[in-house]
Ligand binder design. Structure first.
Ligand code: ATP
Length: 900
C-alpha cells in the first residue's frame, strides 16, 4: 500500500485521496473491484487467521509417523511377494487419508463459518447504493457510512462529518470524544489531532459521517500498535498435539515389540519371511489409525453444539480449556442482570420519592401520597438533569426502538412520564457541549444555553450525573426543597452517603444528579456543583442466573462478580444471584487500582483469592485479578465487553465477550463470544467442554484397549509357538473399519448430568493418565485372553485347521471389541442405563459393525481378501461366547469400583 502511505492520508486533501484509491465517494467501488481488492489486501481483521488450504490439509493426512509405518509395512509385504496384502494396505492408507481429509476440511470450513457469525457488520456504499457488509470484507477505497453508536471498522479519511464526534480513547487514552471534520491537517499531527480521520476500533459517540477506507486489518493504526495483532496463532489444539505425541510414542513401542517378537521367533527357528509378516501384523495392530480423524470430528461437532447454544468458540483449544475452568469472573450488568432498568426512587433533600411502575396520573409518591413535581424544586431539576445529561434516544412510539444506555433510557422515560420531554427541554435549554462519560471520574456532563425565561440566552447551565460518591465529591452546595441553594458541609455529605448505601443494599443502582448555573459555559463541569439528589434504578436478575450459578457451584467452579458498580449494590445483586457461600466478601476496586499483580503481597493476594465481589473496578484492575487467580493455579474465565477489557480478556484462559453489547475489539480478543450475553450460556459451554473432553478420553481409551489386545494376541501367540492368529489385513480391517464406528459414536455422546457434579479436572491432567492406562491394560488383557482361548479351543478342541481357527480368533476379537464399547461407561452410572447405552450413535455403530463383520465373513471377495474361512457352527458359537468375556470382566470391575 505504498501509494496511501506517502503522503499520509490525514495530510492529503480528500479529492487526492479518492483519486489515489480509485474511488468515488458518491458511488463507492464496484462489486468486482471490491472483490479483486479483497483478494489483494486480505480480510479486514486484526487477528491474522490463516485459512487452512485444502492442499495443506491433504498434506497433513500423509505426514504422520503412522502413515510411514504402514507404508513400510506395505513395502515389506510387496518385497516378500505378498502383492494382494501390499496393495490392500496402500488402498487402506488412501481410504484413511481421504476420510481424514474430508473430516478435517469440513471441520476447518465449519470453524471458519462459525467465526463469520461473530463478525461485526458495517454500512458501506458500493455500486451507488448502501448496504450492510461484514466488516472483514472492507477494502481500501470503500466508502463507509457512520452514525452514533457505530464502531469504526477501518481507518477512514473522512469525506463527510455532521456533528461527528468519536471516542478515540483506545488509541490515544483521551476519553473525551474528538470533534471531526473533513479537512487535511499537518503531516506531523498526532493521531488525536487528525480531525479528518476516523480510526478502526474507535467509537462514534455522536453525529454522522462517512469516509474513504485508507487502511484495513493490520494495516490500520490499531493494527500497528495493538498487541492484539500477534502473529498468526497456531490453531492446533493442545489436545491434538497430545494425541499426536501419543501416536509417536506408540509407533516406537510397536517397533520395539515387533523387533522383540521377530527376534524371539527367529531364535526359535521360525522362517524369517513368516516372522516379518508377523512384524507387519504387529505394526499394523498397535497403531490407532482412526484416532486423529475421530478427534477432529469430535472437536468440530462440539463447537457446533456450543454454537447452537449461543456460545461461539473462536479457538479450537478453548473447547478443552472450558472443561477445566475453575473460576468465572463475571460482569454484573447485562450478564447477571437484564440491563433493562427502571427508575424506582429519587433521594431528595426533603426525603425519598417513590416512582410507581405503571398506572395513570403521576407516578411519584411520598409516604404513600401522590406527588406532582413542582417547577424548580429538586425533583423537577433531578428529572430535567436526567433527561438532558444523556446520550440515549427515547422513541415515544415503540419501546423496542429506544437507543443507548438502558440506564439513560430509563431516566428519559421517567422524565417523559412527568411531561418533561427532552426535545421540548432542549428548546429552552439548547445543548452546547457534551462531556462524555468518563470511566475514571465516573461522571458525565452536558452544557446548555440558559434561555429558561424565553428571552435571550443568559449564561449556561451544566447538567451532571455520575456515581454518587463522585458527584458528592464535586458538589459544594445542595438545592433546598423550595429551589434555593445552600452550602453542603462534609457532615451532610456523609448523611447522603449513608442514604445512598441504604438504597444500594436493596440492590438499586444509584446515580448522583447535580447542576450549576454560570455566566458562561466554558468552565470545568465538575467543580462547585449543586447537588439535586440521587436516583435509584432497578435492574432485575436475568432468568436462569441463580440456577446457572448453583450449577457452577455444584461443578466446583467459583463465580466471582467484577463490576464497575458500587459495593452495596453489587453485594445485594450478588446475594440475590446466589454468589459465594454465607457472608459475601466484597473488595473495593480502588484498593487495587494501578497495582499490577507483582506488587501485591501475600496477604493482599489471599484476600483477593477469597473474595466474592469486586466493586468499582477499573478495567486495568481486571488484568491484575486475572493474573492473581492464574498465579494461584486457577483456570480463569472472564467476561468483558468494552475496548478496555481486551487485555484482560486476552490474558484469561477463556476470555468471553458479549455478542450483543460487546465491542469489536473485545470480540477479537476473546476466545468465546456469547450471542445472547447470558451467564447461563457460559455454564452450558463449560458443560459441553467437559463432555467433549470426557468423550475424547473415552474413545482414546476404547481405541487403545482394542489396539493393545491385537498386539498382545499376535505377540503372545507367536511367542508361545502358535500360528499367527491374525493376519495384517484382518487387523487393518478391524482398526480402520470396525473400531472406528464405536469410537465415533463415543466421540459424539451428549454426556449426562454427572459431568457437572464433579470438580473441574486439573488442566495438566493428561488424556491418558494412570487410571486410564490401567483400564486400557485391563480391557486389552481381557480381550486378549478371550481371543487366545477361543483360538486355542478351535485349534485343539474343535480340531479346526489353521485358516478356520484364525477366523474364529478374528471373529472373537472383532465382536469383543464391539461389546467393549459398553466398558467405557462412567463407573458411577447405572449398569444398563448410562451415557453409553443411551447414546443412539452407539447402537447405530454396533449394528453397522455387525453388518461389516458379517460381510467380511460371508461376502466371497472380501472373505478371500481377508483369508477368512467358514469356521462352522461350532466355531461361530465358540467365537460368540468367548467375545462376551471382556464385557463381563469389565462390568464386574466397574461395579466393584463403584462399590469401593
Ligand atoms: P458493570 O460493571 O456491572 O457494567 P457499571 O455499569 O456500574 O457496572 P461502569 O460502566 O464502570 O460500571 O460505571 C461505573 C459507575 O459510573 C456506575 O456505577 C455509575 O454510577 C456511573 N455511570 C455509568 N454510566 C454512566 C453514565 N452514562 N452517566 C453517568 N454515570 C454513569
Amino acid at each position: 500500500m505504498q501509494e496511501i502511505k506517502t503522503p499520509a492520508p490525514h495530510a492529503t486533501d480528500l479529492a487526492s485521496v479518492a483519486q489515489r484509491l480509485g474511488t468515488d465517494p458518491m458511488t463507492g467501488l464496484t462489486r468486482d473491484e471490491a472483490a479483486s481488492r479483497l483478494s489483494r489486501h486480505g480480510p479486514n481483521r486484526l487477528r491474522r487467521q490463516k485459512r487452512k488450504g485444502w492442499v495443506a490439509i491433504l498434506r497433513h493426512q500423509f505426514t504422520s509417523m503412522i502413515v510411514w509405518l504402514l507404508a513400510a509395512a506395505s513395502g515389506l509385504s510387496l518385497a516378500f511377494g505378498d502383492i494382494a496384502e501390499g496393495l490392500a494396505i496402500i488402498v487402506v492408507l488412501l481410504i484413511n487419508g481421504a476420510l481424514g481429509f474430508f473430516t478435517e476440511l469440513r471441520a476447518a470450513r465449519s470453524m471458519e463459518a462459525l467465526m463469520r457469525i461473530a463478525q461485526v457488520r458495517t454500512r458501506v456504499r458500493r455500486d451507488g447504493s448502501e448496504r450492510m457488509l461484514d466488516a472483514q470484507d472492507l477494502v481500501p477505497g470503500d466508502i463507509v457510512v457512520l452514525e452514533a453508536g457505530d464502531v469504526v471498522t477501518a481507518d477512514l479519511r473522512l469525506a463527510g462529518a455532521s456533528n461527528l464526534e468519536i471516542d478515540e480513547s483506545i488509541l490515544t487514552g483521551e476519553s473525551i470524544p474528538v470533534r471531526k471534520q473533513t479537512d487535511a491537517v499537518a503531516p506531523d499531527a498526532a493521531i488525536g489531532d487528525r480531525a479528518g480521520m476516523a480510526y478502526k476500533g474507535t467509537a462514534v459517540t455522536k453525529g454522522a459521517g462517512e469516509g474513504i477506507v485508507v487502511g484495513t486489518g493490520t494495516q490500520t493504526e490499531i493494527g500497528r500498535i495493538s498487541d492484539l495483532v500477534q502473529s498468526a496463532e497456531s490453531e492446533v489444539a493442545p489436545l491434538e498435539r497430545r494425541l499426536d505425541l501419543l501416536g509417536h510414542w506408540l509407533v516406537w513401542l510397536t517397533l520395539a515389540l515387533a523387533a522383540l517378537t521377530i527376534g524371539a521367533g527367529i531364535l526359535r527357528g521360525n522362517e524369517i519371511a513368516a516372522m516379518l509378516q508377523t512384524g507387519v501384523a504387529l505394526a499394523v495392530a498397535a497403531v490407532p489409525e482412526g484416532l486423529p480423524v475421530v478427534a477432529t470430528l469430535c472437536l468440530a461437532r462440539g463447537m457446533w453444539r456450543m454454537s447452537a447454544r449461543n456460545a461461539l468458540i473462536t479457538r479450537l483449544s478453548s473447547v478443552e480449556t472450558l472443561g477445566a475452568t475453575t473460576i468465572i469472573l463475571t460482569d454484573k450488568t447485562g450478564t447477571l442482570t437484564e440491563n433493562r432498568m427502571t427508575v424506582m426512587r429519587y433521594l431528595l433533600p426533603d426525603g425519598d420519592v417513590e416512582v410507581a411502575k405503571t398506572g395513570d396520573g403521576t407516578p411519584f409518591s411520598r409516604d404513600g401520597s401522590p406527588l406532582t413535581p413542582e417547577t424548580a424544586t429538586p425533583l423537577d431539576w433531578a428529572l430535567r438533569v436526567g433527561a438532558l445529561c444523556s446520550t440515549a434516544e427515547l422513541d415515544h412510539g415503540a419501546q423496542a426502538n429506544h437507543t443507548g444506555d438502558p440506564m439513560e433510557v430509563a431516566l428519559l422515560a421517567v422524565a417523559a412520564k412527568a411531561g418533561l420531554r427532552r426535545e421540548a427541554l432542549r428548546g429552552t435549554l439548547p445543548e452546547h457541549a457534551k462531556h462524555a462519560f468518563d470511566p475514571d471520574r465516573k461522571m458525565m456532563a452536558t452544557v446548555h444555553g440558559n434561555g429558561a425565561d424565553g428571552g435571550a440566552e443568559r449564561g449556561a447551565i451544566y447538567a451532571v450525573k455520575g456515581a454518587p460518591e463522585a458527584v458528592l465529591e464535586v458538589c459544594t452546595q445542595v438545592m433546598t426543597p423550595d429551589g434555593q441553594v445552600t452550602a453542603l458541609p462534609p457532615e451532610a455529605k456523609a448523611r447522603w452517603q449513608s442514604r445512598a448505601a441504604q438504597s444500594g443494599q436493596e440492590g438499586l443502582r444509584l446515580l448522583g444528579l447535580a447542576m450549576k448555573q454560570t455566566g458562561d459555559g466554558d468552565g470545568d463541569p465538575y467543580r462547585d456543583l449543586v447537588l439535586l439528589g440521587m436516583v435509584g434504578l432497578r435492574d432485575p436478575l436475568r432468568d436462569g442466573v441463580r440456577e446457572a450459578i448453583a450449577d457452577c457451584h455444584r461443578a466446583g467452579v467459583r463465580v466471582v462478580m467484577v463490576t464497575g458498580d458500587h459495593a452495596d449494590t453489587a453485594r445485594a445483586i450478588a446475594g440475590r444471584a446466589g454468589l459465594g457461600s454465607g457472608d459475601l466478601r466484597v473488595i473495593e476496586g480502588r484498593t487495587l487500582a494501578g497495582r499490577p499483580a507483582d506488587t501485591l503481597d501475600e496477604a493482599e493476594r489471599a484476600r483477593i483469592l477469597t473474595a466474592d465481589v469486586f466493586a468499582r473496578v477499573a478495567p486495568d484492575t481486571k488484568l491484575t485479578l486475572v493474573s492473581v487467580f492464574q498465579q494461584a493455579g486457577h483456570v480463569v474465565a472472564m467476561t468483558g465487553d468494552g475496548v478496555n477489557d481486551a487485555p484482560a480478556l486476552k490474558k484469561s484462559d477463556i476470555g468471553i465477550a458479549m455478542g450483543q453489547r460487546g465491542t469489536e475489539v473485545a470480540k477479537e480478543a476473546a476466545h468465546m463470544v456469547l450471542r445472547d450475553d447470558a451467564f447461563a450460556t457460559i455454564t452450558e459451554a463449560m458443560r459441553q467442554g467437559r463432555v467433549i473432553f470426557g468423550n475424547i478420553r473415552k474413545f482414546v481409551v476404547y481405541l487403545m484397549s482394542c489396539n493393545i489386545s491385537e498386539v498382545l494376541v499376535v505377540g503372545l501367540a507367536v511367542g508361545g509357538g502358535l500360528p499367527t492368529p491374525l493376519l495384517p489385513l484382518q487387523i487393518l480391517y478391524l482398526n480402520l473399519i470396525t473400531d472406528v464406528f464405536p469410537a465415533f459414536a463415543l466421540g459424539l455422546g451428549r454426556g449426562d448430568d454427572a459431568v457437572m457434579h464433579r470438580p473441574p479436572r486439573d488442566p495438566d491432567e493428561p488424556i491418558v493418565g494412570r487410571p486410564e492406562w490401567q483400564w486400557i491394560a485391563t480391557l486389552g488383557a481381557a480381550i486378549t485372553v478371550s481371543t487366545l482361548a477361543a483360538f486355542a479351543f478351535a485349534l485343539f478342541w474343535l480340531g479346526l485347521d489353521t485358516g478356520a481357527a484364525v477366523t474364529v480368533a478374528f471373529l472373537t476379537l472383532a465382536l469383543a471389541q464391539v461389546w467393549n464399547v459398553f466398558n467405557l461407561r462412567d463407573p458411577e452410572a447405572g449398569l444398563l442405563r448410562n451415557e453409553v447405552s443411551r447414546n443412539p450413535y452407539v447402537w447405530g455403530a454396533i449394528a453397522l459393525c455387525l453388518a461389516l463383520i458379517g460381510l467380511a465373513l460371508w461376502q466371497p471377495f472380501l472373505a478371500d481378501l481377508l483369508q477368512l474361512e467358514s469356521p462352522g457352527m461350532a466355531g461361530l458359537i465358540c467365537a460368540g461366547v468367548a467375545s462376551f468375556g471382556p464385557l463381563l470382566v469389565g462390568q464386574v470391575l466397574l461395579i466393584l469400583r463403584r462399590a469401593r
